[in-house]
Design a protein around this ligand. Structure first.
Ligand SMILES: O=C(O)CCC(=O)C(=O)O
Ligand SMILES: [Fe+2]
Length: 360
Protein backbone atom coordinates (compact mmCIF):
# COMPACT_ATOMS: atom_id res chain seq x y z
CA UNK A 1 0.00 0.00 0.00
CA UNK A 2 1.28 3.51 -0.83
CA UNK A 3 2.52 5.55 2.13
CA UNK A 4 0.52 8.56 3.27
CA UNK A 5 2.15 11.75 4.44
CA UNK A 6 1.15 15.20 5.61
CA UNK A 7 3.08 17.77 3.64
CA UNK A 8 3.69 21.39 4.54
CA UNK A 9 0.77 23.66 3.74
CA UNK A 10 0.11 27.36 3.97
CA UNK A 11 -2.43 26.71 6.67
CA UNK A 12 -1.38 26.96 10.26
CA UNK A 13 -3.65 24.19 11.58
CA UNK A 14 -1.45 21.67 9.78
CA UNK A 15 1.79 23.30 10.79
CA UNK A 16 2.66 21.07 13.69
CA UNK A 17 2.43 17.86 11.67
CA UNK A 18 3.83 19.03 8.37
CA UNK A 19 7.12 18.33 6.68
CA UNK A 20 8.67 19.55 3.45
CA UNK A 21 9.15 17.62 0.21
CA UNK A 22 12.86 18.01 0.87
CA UNK A 23 12.48 16.08 4.15
CA UNK A 24 10.27 13.53 2.43
CA UNK A 25 12.88 13.03 -0.29
CA UNK A 26 15.69 12.77 2.29
CA UNK A 27 13.72 10.22 4.31
CA UNK A 28 14.80 7.59 1.77
CA UNK A 29 11.36 6.60 0.49
CA UNK A 30 11.51 4.44 -2.64
CA UNK A 31 8.01 5.19 -3.94
CA UNK A 32 5.91 8.34 -3.87
CA UNK A 33 2.73 8.67 -1.78
CA UNK A 34 -0.27 8.16 -4.08
CA UNK A 35 -1.36 11.81 -3.76
CA UNK A 36 1.74 12.76 -5.81
CA UNK A 37 0.86 10.47 -8.70
CA UNK A 38 0.25 12.95 -11.51
CA UNK A 39 0.63 10.41 -14.30
CA UNK A 40 -2.94 10.93 -15.51
CA UNK A 41 -2.14 14.62 -16.03
CA UNK A 42 1.23 14.08 -17.68
CA UNK A 43 1.46 11.52 -20.43
CA UNK A 44 -1.01 12.94 -22.87
CA UNK A 45 1.39 14.83 -25.14
CA UNK A 46 4.79 14.27 -26.77
CA UNK A 47 7.88 15.82 -25.14
CA UNK A 48 10.34 17.24 -27.67
CA UNK A 49 14.00 18.08 -27.12
CA UNK A 50 13.65 20.68 -29.79
CA UNK A 51 10.61 21.41 -31.92
CA UNK A 52 10.64 20.64 -35.64
CA UNK A 53 11.47 23.51 -38.00
CA UNK A 54 11.84 26.11 -35.25
CA UNK A 55 13.91 26.95 -32.21
CA UNK A 56 13.06 28.66 -28.96
CA UNK A 57 13.48 32.42 -29.55
CA UNK A 58 16.48 34.17 -28.02
CA UNK A 59 16.29 37.90 -27.36
CA UNK A 60 19.47 39.90 -26.88
CA UNK A 61 18.55 42.47 -24.22
CA UNK A 62 21.50 44.72 -25.13
CA UNK A 63 19.93 45.29 -28.57
CA UNK A 64 16.64 46.36 -26.98
CA UNK A 65 18.39 49.28 -25.32
CA UNK A 66 20.31 50.11 -28.52
CA UNK A 67 20.21 53.69 -29.79
CA UNK A 68 20.49 52.46 -33.38
CA UNK A 69 16.88 52.76 -34.69
CA UNK A 70 17.27 49.98 -37.28
CA UNK A 71 18.67 47.57 -34.73
CA UNK A 72 15.90 48.46 -32.29
CA UNK A 73 13.21 48.06 -34.92
CA UNK A 74 14.52 44.58 -35.80
CA UNK A 75 14.71 43.36 -32.21
CA UNK A 76 11.22 44.67 -31.46
CA UNK A 77 9.85 42.69 -34.39
CA UNK A 78 11.69 39.64 -33.09
CA UNK A 79 10.29 40.23 -29.58
CA UNK A 80 6.74 40.56 -30.90
CA UNK A 81 7.10 37.33 -32.90
CA UNK A 82 8.42 35.50 -29.80
CA UNK A 83 5.46 36.73 -27.71
CA UNK A 84 2.93 35.87 -30.41
CA UNK A 85 4.23 32.49 -31.55
CA UNK A 86 5.76 31.12 -28.35
CA UNK A 87 4.78 33.23 -25.35
CA UNK A 88 8.31 32.50 -24.28
CA UNK A 89 11.91 33.52 -24.98
CA UNK A 90 15.39 33.24 -23.56
CA UNK A 91 16.92 36.58 -22.62
CA UNK A 92 20.68 36.96 -23.03
CA UNK A 93 22.99 39.89 -22.24
CA UNK A 94 20.47 41.11 -19.65
CA UNK A 95 23.15 42.83 -17.60
CA UNK A 96 22.48 41.24 -14.19
CA UNK A 97 25.96 40.57 -12.80
CA UNK A 98 26.80 36.85 -12.70
CA UNK A 99 27.93 37.26 -9.10
CA UNK A 100 24.52 38.64 -8.09
CA UNK A 101 22.72 35.73 -9.78
CA UNK A 102 25.03 33.28 -8.00
CA UNK A 103 24.59 34.91 -4.57
CA UNK A 104 20.85 34.84 -5.07
CA UNK A 105 20.95 31.12 -5.85
CA UNK A 106 23.13 30.59 -2.74
CA UNK A 107 20.56 32.48 -0.64
CA UNK A 108 17.77 30.29 -2.00
CA UNK A 109 19.75 27.13 -1.18
CA UNK A 110 20.45 28.49 2.30
CA UNK A 111 16.77 29.15 2.85
CA UNK A 112 15.71 25.65 1.84
CA UNK A 113 18.50 24.22 4.00
CA UNK A 114 16.89 25.72 7.11
CA UNK A 115 15.19 23.05 9.18
CA UNK A 116 11.44 22.52 8.69
CA UNK A 117 11.05 24.00 12.18
CA UNK A 118 12.91 27.20 11.21
CA UNK A 119 11.02 27.53 7.92
CA UNK A 120 7.71 27.30 9.77
CA UNK A 121 8.26 30.87 10.99
CA UNK A 122 7.69 31.93 7.35
CA UNK A 123 4.79 29.63 6.62
CA UNK A 124 2.05 32.29 6.38
CA UNK A 125 -1.68 31.70 6.80
CA UNK A 126 -3.37 33.61 4.00
CA UNK A 127 -2.70 34.12 0.29
CA UNK A 128 -2.11 37.84 0.90
CA UNK A 129 0.47 37.27 3.63
CA UNK A 130 3.62 38.81 2.17
CA UNK A 131 5.87 35.87 3.05
CA UNK A 132 4.76 32.27 2.66
CA UNK A 133 6.56 29.03 2.33
CA UNK A 134 5.16 25.56 1.92
CA UNK A 135 4.95 22.62 -0.44
CA UNK A 136 3.08 21.77 -3.64
CA UNK A 137 0.68 24.60 -4.63
CA UNK A 138 -2.59 24.65 -2.73
CA UNK A 139 -2.58 21.55 -0.53
CA UNK A 140 -5.93 22.41 1.06
CA UNK A 141 -7.90 21.67 -2.10
CA UNK A 142 -5.74 20.11 -4.80
CA UNK A 143 -6.25 16.47 -5.84
CA UNK A 144 -2.68 15.92 -7.01
CA UNK A 145 0.28 17.31 -5.06
CA UNK A 146 3.34 18.75 -6.78
CA UNK A 147 6.84 17.54 -5.80
CA UNK A 148 7.95 21.01 -4.81
CA UNK A 149 8.79 23.24 -1.85
CA UNK A 150 8.40 26.98 -2.32
CA UNK A 151 9.09 30.35 -0.80
CA UNK A 152 6.75 33.08 -2.05
CA UNK A 153 7.40 36.73 -1.18
CA UNK A 154 5.81 40.07 -2.09
CA UNK A 155 8.75 42.28 -3.01
CA UNK A 156 7.17 45.38 -4.62
CA UNK A 157 5.76 48.02 -4.11
CA UNK A 158 6.75 47.10 -0.54
CA UNK A 159 9.76 44.91 -0.08
CA UNK A 160 9.33 41.98 2.30
CA UNK A 161 11.80 39.14 2.74
CA UNK A 162 12.73 36.43 5.25
CA UNK A 163 15.53 37.48 7.59
CA UNK A 164 17.21 34.08 7.18
CA UNK A 165 19.75 33.06 5.96
CA UNK A 166 21.92 36.13 6.73
CA UNK A 167 22.44 38.45 3.75
CA UNK A 168 19.73 36.81 1.60
CA UNK A 169 17.36 39.75 1.95
CA UNK A 170 19.99 42.35 0.86
CA UNK A 171 20.96 40.25 -2.15
CA UNK A 172 17.31 39.78 -3.09
CA UNK A 173 16.68 43.53 -2.87
CA UNK A 174 19.45 44.18 -5.42
CA UNK A 175 18.45 41.29 -7.66
CA UNK A 176 14.77 42.25 -7.80
CA UNK A 177 15.60 45.87 -8.57
CA UNK A 178 17.57 44.58 -11.58
CA UNK A 179 14.61 42.43 -12.64
CA UNK A 180 12.28 45.45 -12.50
CA UNK A 181 14.69 47.42 -14.71
CA UNK A 182 14.60 44.60 -17.26
CA UNK A 183 10.81 44.40 -17.09
CA UNK A 184 10.50 48.12 -17.74
CA UNK A 185 12.58 47.82 -20.93
CA UNK A 186 10.84 44.63 -22.06
CA UNK A 187 7.43 46.24 -21.62
CA UNK A 188 8.52 49.19 -23.75
CA UNK A 189 9.51 46.77 -26.50
CA UNK A 190 6.32 44.75 -26.09
CA UNK A 191 4.18 47.93 -26.30
CA UNK A 192 5.94 49.02 -29.47
CA UNK A 193 5.61 45.56 -30.98
CA UNK A 194 1.84 45.92 -30.52
CA UNK A 195 1.92 49.25 -32.35
CA UNK A 196 1.43 51.22 -29.10
CA UNK A 197 3.52 54.04 -27.60
CA UNK A 198 6.61 52.69 -25.80
CA UNK A 199 5.27 53.72 -22.37
CA UNK A 200 1.72 52.51 -23.07
CA UNK A 201 1.74 49.34 -20.94
CA UNK A 202 3.77 50.91 -18.11
CA UNK A 203 1.16 53.66 -17.81
CA UNK A 204 -1.83 51.36 -18.29
CA UNK A 205 -0.71 49.05 -15.49
CA UNK A 206 0.74 51.71 -13.18
CA UNK A 207 4.15 50.07 -13.29
CA UNK A 208 5.72 52.39 -10.68
CA UNK A 209 3.60 50.70 -8.01
CA UNK A 210 3.47 47.29 -9.66
CA UNK A 211 2.90 44.13 -7.66
CA UNK A 212 5.96 41.88 -7.90
CA UNK A 213 6.14 38.43 -6.35
CA UNK A 214 9.34 36.42 -5.99
CA UNK A 215 9.15 32.64 -5.79
CA UNK A 216 11.96 30.24 -5.08
CA UNK A 217 11.12 26.64 -5.98
CA UNK A 218 12.96 23.56 -4.77
CA UNK A 219 12.32 20.25 -6.54
CA UNK A 220 14.17 17.56 -4.57
CA UNK A 221 15.19 14.19 -6.08
CA UNK A 222 12.08 12.08 -6.57
CA UNK A 223 12.07 8.26 -6.41
CA UNK A 224 9.45 8.01 -9.21
CA UNK A 225 10.00 11.02 -11.46
CA UNK A 226 7.98 9.43 -14.26
CA UNK A 227 4.85 9.60 -12.05
CA UNK A 228 5.33 12.89 -10.18
CA UNK A 229 5.37 16.48 -11.39
CA UNK A 230 7.32 19.49 -10.07
CA UNK A 231 4.57 21.92 -10.93
CA UNK A 232 1.40 21.15 -12.86
CA UNK A 233 0.75 22.82 -16.23
CA UNK A 234 -0.41 26.40 -15.80
CA UNK A 235 -0.03 29.93 -17.06
CA UNK A 236 1.25 32.70 -14.78
CA UNK A 237 -0.83 35.58 -13.46
CA UNK A 238 1.22 38.72 -14.21
CA UNK A 239 2.38 40.44 -17.38
CA UNK A 240 5.78 38.80 -17.80
CA UNK A 241 7.50 36.17 -15.65
CA UNK A 242 11.28 36.04 -15.44
CA UNK A 243 12.93 32.83 -14.23
CA UNK A 244 16.27 31.12 -13.96
CA UNK A 245 17.28 27.68 -12.74
CA UNK A 246 20.35 25.85 -11.47
CA UNK A 247 21.18 24.28 -14.83
CA UNK A 248 19.03 21.19 -14.39
CA UNK A 249 16.80 21.70 -17.45
CA UNK A 250 13.52 20.76 -15.82
CA UNK A 251 11.31 23.41 -17.37
CA UNK A 252 8.95 22.60 -20.26
CA UNK A 253 6.70 24.83 -22.32
CA UNK A 254 3.63 23.92 -24.34
CA UNK A 255 4.14 24.85 -27.97
CA UNK A 256 1.95 23.79 -30.93
CA UNK A 257 0.48 20.92 -28.93
CA UNK A 258 3.77 19.42 -27.68
CA UNK A 259 5.88 19.90 -24.58
CA UNK A 260 9.25 21.44 -25.44
CA UNK A 261 12.20 21.06 -23.05
CA UNK A 262 13.89 24.37 -22.34
CA UNK A 263 17.67 24.15 -22.39
CA UNK A 264 18.78 27.63 -21.37
CA UNK A 265 22.32 28.85 -22.09
CA UNK A 266 24.28 29.58 -18.86
CA UNK A 267 23.19 32.88 -17.29
CA UNK A 268 20.24 33.34 -19.65
CA UNK A 269 16.88 34.28 -18.17
CA UNK A 270 13.67 32.51 -19.19
CA UNK A 271 10.74 34.84 -19.91
CA UNK A 272 7.08 33.79 -20.13
CA UNK A 273 4.22 35.96 -21.30
CA UNK A 274 1.53 35.78 -18.63
CA UNK A 275 -2.24 36.22 -18.31
CA UNK A 276 -2.43 40.00 -17.78
CA UNK A 277 -0.46 40.56 -20.98
CA UNK A 278 -2.90 38.35 -22.85
CA UNK A 279 -5.71 40.59 -21.54
CA UNK A 280 -3.94 43.90 -22.35
CA UNK A 281 -2.99 42.68 -25.85
CA UNK A 282 -6.61 41.56 -26.37
CA UNK A 283 -5.55 37.97 -26.95
CA UNK A 284 -2.68 38.65 -29.36
CA UNK A 285 0.09 37.61 -26.94
CA UNK A 286 -1.25 34.43 -25.38
CA UNK A 287 0.04 33.47 -21.96
CA UNK A 288 2.31 30.49 -22.11
CA UNK A 289 1.41 27.17 -20.44
CA UNK A 290 4.39 25.52 -18.76
CA UNK A 291 5.31 22.92 -16.15
CA UNK A 292 8.35 21.67 -14.24
CA UNK A 293 9.41 18.03 -14.21
CA UNK A 294 11.46 16.25 -11.54
CA UNK A 295 14.41 13.87 -11.63
CA UNK A 296 15.58 10.99 -9.48
CA UNK A 297 19.17 12.10 -9.07
CA UNK A 298 19.23 15.89 -8.96
CA UNK A 299 17.68 18.76 -7.07
CA UNK A 300 16.25 21.49 -9.24
CA UNK A 301 16.04 25.06 -7.97
CA UNK A 302 14.32 27.86 -9.82
CA UNK A 303 14.03 31.56 -9.02
CA UNK A 304 10.92 33.07 -10.51
CA UNK A 305 9.63 36.66 -10.48
CA UNK A 306 6.06 37.52 -11.41
CA UNK A 307 5.73 41.08 -12.61
CA UNK A 308 2.26 42.52 -12.85
CA UNK A 309 0.29 45.72 -12.68
CA UNK A 310 -0.46 47.54 -9.46
CA UNK A 311 -2.80 45.34 -7.42
CA UNK A 312 -5.90 47.50 -7.73
CA UNK A 313 -5.44 48.55 -11.33
CA UNK A 314 -8.37 47.49 -13.51
CA UNK A 315 -6.91 45.53 -16.40
CA UNK A 316 -8.71 45.44 -19.73
CA UNK A 317 -7.79 45.04 -23.40
CA UNK A 318 -6.00 48.17 -24.70
CA UNK A 319 -8.75 50.23 -26.45
CA UNK A 320 -6.28 50.84 -29.32
CA UNK A 321 -6.33 47.09 -30.02
CA UNK A 322 -10.11 46.82 -30.05
CA UNK A 323 -12.24 47.58 -33.10
CA UNK A 324 -15.10 46.06 -35.08
CA UNK A 325 -12.94 43.26 -36.41
CA UNK A 326 -11.18 42.76 -33.06
CA UNK A 327 -13.90 42.87 -30.37
CA UNK A 328 -12.75 42.64 -26.75
CA UNK A 329 -11.81 39.08 -25.87
CA UNK A 330 -11.73 39.61 -22.10
CA UNK A 331 -13.77 41.43 -19.51
CA UNK A 332 -12.06 43.75 -17.01
CA UNK A 333 -10.64 42.69 -13.68
CA UNK A 334 -8.10 43.86 -11.16
CA UNK A 335 -4.82 42.08 -10.62
CA UNK A 336 -5.89 41.53 -7.01
CA UNK A 337 -8.92 39.53 -8.22
CA UNK A 338 -6.78 37.62 -10.64
CA UNK A 339 -4.17 36.75 -8.03
CA UNK A 340 -6.77 35.74 -5.50
CA UNK A 341 -8.53 33.38 -7.93
CA UNK A 342 -5.26 31.77 -9.03
CA UNK A 343 -3.87 31.26 -5.54
CA UNK A 344 -7.05 29.91 -4.00
CA UNK A 345 -7.68 27.23 -6.65
CA UNK A 346 -5.75 24.26 -8.03
CA UNK A 347 -3.27 24.91 -10.81
CA UNK A 348 -4.83 23.95 -14.11
CA UNK A 349 -3.71 25.25 -17.49
CA UNK A 350 -5.32 28.65 -18.17
CA UNK A 351 -8.30 28.18 -15.86
CA UNK A 352 -8.08 31.68 -14.35
CA UNK A 353 -7.98 33.49 -17.67
CA UNK A 354 -10.79 31.31 -18.96
CA UNK A 355 -13.07 32.82 -16.29
CA UNK A 356 -12.80 36.28 -17.84
CA UNK A 357 -12.74 35.20 -21.48
CA UNK A 358 -15.69 36.57 -23.45
CA UNK A 359 -17.17 33.74 -25.48
CA UNK A 360 -18.64 35.22 -28.68
O1 LIG B 1 10.29 26.03 -11.62
C1 LIG B 1 10.04 26.61 -12.67
O2 LIG B 1 10.91 26.82 -13.52
C2 LIG B 1 8.65 27.05 -12.97
C3 LIG B 1 7.86 27.41 -11.77
C4 LIG B 1 6.58 28.04 -12.15
O3 LIG B 1 6.06 27.85 -13.22
C5 LIG B 1 5.93 28.94 -11.21
O4 LIG B 1 6.40 29.08 -10.06
O5 LIG B 1 4.90 29.54 -11.61
FE1 LIG C 1 4.60 29.34 -13.68
Amino acid sequence: MAATITIATDFSEHASSSSSIKSLSESGITSIPSSFDASKNLHDLAVLDSPQNSTIPIIDFSLLTSTNPQQRCKIIQHLGKACEEWGFFLLINHGIPKRLMESMMEGVKGFFNLSDEEKREFQGKHIFDPIRCGSSFNTAIEKVHCWRDFLKVFVHPHFHFPHKPPGFSDTAFEYLKEIRGIIKELLKGVSESLGLEADYISKAVNLESSFQVFIANLYPPCPQPELAVGILPHSDHGLLTIASENGTNGFQILHNGNWVKVIAPPNALMVNTADLLEVVSNGKYKSNVHRAVVKSNSTRISMVTFNGSSLDQVISPAPELVDETHPPVFSCLTYRQFYEIQQSNSLHNKSVLDRVRIIP
